[in-house]
Design a protein around this ligand. Structure first.
Ligand code: CUA
Length: 176
């Protein structure tokens, strides 16, 4: 399980790196604008550097954030997953298996019967665990192992019309 304080650390690092890049580029731009025989050549270099750095930071942050992705895979030693099919429709969820065991991988298979919805899963303390999209004509899959029993809440996080704010469901995770 990742350290819950770690995303804050990563965010802080991202802020510092961004500030450093902005500072460096500002300095280069100021140098280029200050005139002198080589100033004309400096601006294109600054542009390329800026683009490269922004790209590197963007890719780097995304790679680092993979550590906090909660949806996983079943390893060869893990128990076989329990499948829960969720069909989203205006404005409710049809859940094939609304009671699942804790500590066993649960495979969510999410579909939509009408328009674009999503499935945000909240733990009993109201913390968002993960989201999956529900798209007409498509199927989204995600694997999650519930660490503890309790009543978990499904909520639609994609605006889908008048009843969007009321679109919710319950999933009961039972102890073993
Ligand atoms: Cu379904 Cu918003």
């Amino acid at each position: 399980m990742p350290d819950p304080a770690a995303p804050r650390g990563a965010f802080l690092v991202a802020l510092v790196v961004t500030a450093l890049i902005l500072g460096g580029v500002t300095l280069l731009v100021a140098l280029a604008r200050s005139g002198g025989p080589r100033s004309g050549r400096l601006l294109p270099i600054v542009r390329v550097l800026w683009l490269g750095l922004v790209g590197a930071v963007w890719v780097g942050l995304n790679l680092v954030s993979l550590g906090w992705v909660r949806l996983g895979r079943v390893g060869p030693a893990d128990p076989a997953p329990v499948t829960v099919e969720v069909e989203a429709q205006v404005w409710s969820y049809r859940i094939s298996n609304p009671q699942v065991p804790a500590g066993v991988p649960v495979l969510f298979v999410v579909r939509s019967a009408d328009t674009l919805h999503s499935l945000g899963l909240y733990d009993p303390d109201g913390q968002l665990l993960f989201t999956l999209m529900a798209m007409p004509g498509m199927e989204e899959r995600g694997l999650f192992t519930f660490p503890r029993p309790g009543r978990y809440r499904l909520r639609c996080l994609e605006y889908c019309g008048l009843g969007h704010g009321l679109m919710a469901g319950d999933l009961v995770v039972q102890g073993r």
